[in-house]
Design a protein around this ligand. Sequence first.
Ligand code: GTP
Ligand code: MG
Length: 1116
Amino acid sequence: MGHSSLEKIIALQRNPANIRNLCILAHVDHGKTTLADCLVASNGIISSRLAGKLRYLDSREDEQVRGITMKSSAISLHYANGGQEYLLNLIDSPGHVDFSSEVSTAVRLCDGAIVVIDAVEGVCPQTQVVLRQAWLENIRPVLVINKIDRLIMELKLSSQEAYTHLQKILEQVNAVTGSLFTSKVLEERAEKNKEEEEKEGEAAPDGDQVYDWSAGLEEADDSHLYFSPDQGNVVFASAIDGWGFSIQQFVHIYSQRMGIKAEVLLKTLWGDFYLNAKAKKIMKGAQAKGKKPLFVQLVLDNIWSLYDAVVTRRDKEKVEKVMTSLGVKVMARDSRHSDPKVLLSAICSQWLPVSRAVLSMVCEKLPSPLDMAAERVEKLMSVGARRFDSLPEKTQELKKAFLQCSSEENAPVIIFVSKMFAVDVKALPQNRQRPLTQEEISQRRELARQRHAEKLAADQMAATEGNKDHGQPAGLGTAKMESLTLKESKPEEEEEQRETFVAFARVYSGVVKKGQRVFVLGPKYDPAQGLSTLPENCTASDCATEVPYLSRCSMESIYLLMGRELEELEEVPAGNVLGLGGLEDFVLKSATLSTSAACPSFAPLNFEATPIVRVAIEPKHPSEMPKLVRGMRLLNQADPCAEVLIQETGEHVLVTAGEVHLQRCLDDLRERFAKIKIAASEPIIPFRETVVRPPKVDMVNEELGRQQKVAIIHQVKEEASQSRLSDNLHVDPNGLVTLTTPNRLATVGVRAIPLPQEVTSLLERSSELIRTLEQMNLSLREGKNLDISVGTMDAIAGLKAQLENLLQGRRWRSAVERIWAFGPRRYGPNILLNSVEGYQRPSVWQCLNRGGEVGEAGAPAAGLRDFDSSIISGFQLATLSGPMCEEPLMGVCFSIERWDIQSSAPSQNQDSPLDISNEGLAEVHEASPAAAAGLNQARRRADAALADCYGPVSGQLIAATKDACRHAFQAQPQRLMAAMYTCEIMATAEVLGRVYGVLGKREGRVLNEEMKEGTEMFIIKAVLPVAESFGFADEIRKRTSGLASPQLVFSHWEVISSDPCWVPTTEEEYLHFGEKADSANQALKYMNAVRRRKGLYVEEKIVEHAEKQRTLSKNK
Ligand SMILES: Nc1nc2c(ncn2[C@@H]2O[C@H](COP(=O)(O)OP(=O)(O)OP(=O)(O)O)[C@@H](O)[C@H]2O)c(=O)[nH]1
Ligand SMILES: [Mg+2]
């Protein structure tokens, strides 16, 4: 990068009003990086001839090879518009779903976004996702409709058809924005109403009450949100041919040429208007009268005829004429080039350079860092469910600093790091070889000359002295050797340390200086706590008081991000995107840095992708394990979405968002972070275990009677009787499992009930909310009171109401109130239900009616309350791994129907912390055997003495609950659940059949199929099990010769209908399915695969036809 432009950028960084932080967002392959190339070329960083071919911001090798972007990268550009100089911090983002976390990291740092849409493909799934992401972060989008050349050359549309097509695309995008806006208005409205209600409740209203019937939609002005060419927020472009325009440019040309007022033309150039040549007037109703709309006549026709002349007909004369009329001059070699596209882009990029159109729009329509909305600041600063106005006063004051974006000396420094990226140490500017200045060259020359002279002198000395003394040269020799070995050992060290991390960040306030010390605020950091613990006015450099989740670090180096390169800077003022070096030990993936301890940590990034593909990884040579561990740690830090964990089995597991992401992570591990050969297992596919209502028909579609049920119970009994627990376990024919702890002090009775599917998916969707609920309950139990926003309370009440609505019927009477816990991990999609008669415990919904403590334990159950948490723990363990293949459960309700505990307090138990205080019996269940009480009493006493050898009661109760749940689960018809992807495949009619073929083979199901308007493309929506998805995208691409490439997005869990435990019972079935019945049983296959992987017992025969083998050997 030139010295002068670096200086210029540094100067521009000081003027936030002229800074634009923006990112480019789109569906995969819609041309983001190509467009970025054109913008980069306008700054002379790459040649304009190469723009669109180089894909400069795709700096990784695999990005270039695969042709897709895999990470977001930033570059700073300058642009002069309307007499002002602007600084543009541009971030290119990937469009592939697997990397959508990279989009989140980019969007967070920006104030605006360029949304690119392929004119042929229109609004695609990922387009909607990025629009939502931009919306969630409150950043303003502008639109570029790209690849217009494809409408001309590929679809061969006429200019009129193209106009209609473009109109449709705009409608589609605006529909997405509209729905986002509507939902927000309604939400806000609800919140406002609620707050008003609360206020009214506090202060009794006096005077008139006004009721507002409108939903607030009418009064909310949303016109600025929509994309419309006359608003100036839409550019039509072909990035590959280097042209692009907004209608303002044409308004400018034609208002002079035709003598029409610019304002009039601006309003009418896009829309249903036409030119009445006779009356010299612009009239409305072009469509109805069958006239050419102005846009077609004045804009599109010109472009169409240019393409026609240059590319289709290659009409030299016409081209000459056009060029002179446009005032364009083209180099001779371009006009003689065999590819007409070269000439075309040479003409177009002078006539309507895409960079000018896009950058002017960006400067005019996107907000500067000074325009940050207060709403956005509050959203960034209030973490989770906390209300902004419940934060400490000093923290709330920081809002001003945000809004001012001030670079004053005393302004607090606030920085957000959205990701860490790995950089080769050699690529850092401090280690890069710079071209030497004239002065340095002459200095070096002088030095070399001196050294040469010294050497000559030394040689002469040695030659003369060597005759006298032989020791000297030998001494010199060793010195040389030493210096050599020193040199050799150095590169090796570097080899180890070749990757360093740079933080991708933005300064929101203050000036970041090299060497400055700041606080690193962890996600759980509480400014109230920090402020009260730290001495007044202390800074990160002068006090060392320990505060939880607060650490300190210093800015070792500051960089300007220039795509593939970094430039070192001394300081960066507020409002800019920058790179920070030397934070790798303090920041894992993202962080908030500030000089003020009052600053809260920013709201976490909104990630759209769920990491779902996991593989186990091991080094090829076991001795290289430490290298692998280190490599995985680096990878974890360098990727916003990848997760690295060690499973209970000791395997190192990598969890990624999809196949492409996985591939990239493995490449990174092999080539950058671990630099060893590694072996990755087949992807580990997650399953869930569940129970279902007894099916009406069996595998061979035969009616099932009651005997089936009995058979299952029988089986459970048999299994149980073999185990150690046999005499403690009782299974009744209705599926109620009763289990007594080994010390016979406690008994639990559990029944497993399938949850309705809607409930399961509701719980699954609300997991975050349930987590918040649990946290609130925890803090209530500890006597603290969290300040929760109205929205969150509403959401919890809403969840409860929804559950009540869904859980109807006799079986679920008052079930929602009786919910004991959710699991696994306290927020999973399974429910523990309290159906113990007479046992009262605080409801999980207690936070809803704060203050009024409900359902405090009744007197008889006091003994039980002490063990309440053991039951919950047992349930958590049981739901974490099921009996089928130790995968988590889903959609199961465990109803505890009986729970007895006898608290005998023998003297030896006195010092145990879990001791039960009240002597005697806490019998709750009435049905407990009353007979033989005397005998029981005697037995109990003996057992009590034994109690110690089994450990504390609470521990036994956990194990007993867990086992009881497992047995109860097995007493119901069990099923596996498979993770499902949804995908949208765009394909032409010719290859449609093949797409269906591939889908069918992989157990995919087509949901719908429709034709994309105005094109010959079909859009197929399908679901596909994750287990069958590996290689799917490749296979589709191969079978359709690259015409269709699907993107897989995790969508939901689905029950596999076949019963994995089914065995043939009749002869007919035996003949049909064979002895093992595994030929058609997909669920059994999956289950066995998982069991085998986990090293669990798999019931299958290994030798299939033993006799044959024996005869063979005999004959020998
Ligand atoms: N015909 C035509 N092709 C284009 C245009 N712009 C880009 N392309 C082509 O579209 C393909 C994808 O372009 P990219 O710029 O890599 O797309 P992207 O949006 O960056 O893709 P990802 O980063 O992987 O999401 C390339 O083959 C480009 O040559 C255009 O204006 N017209
Ligand atoms: Mg790209």
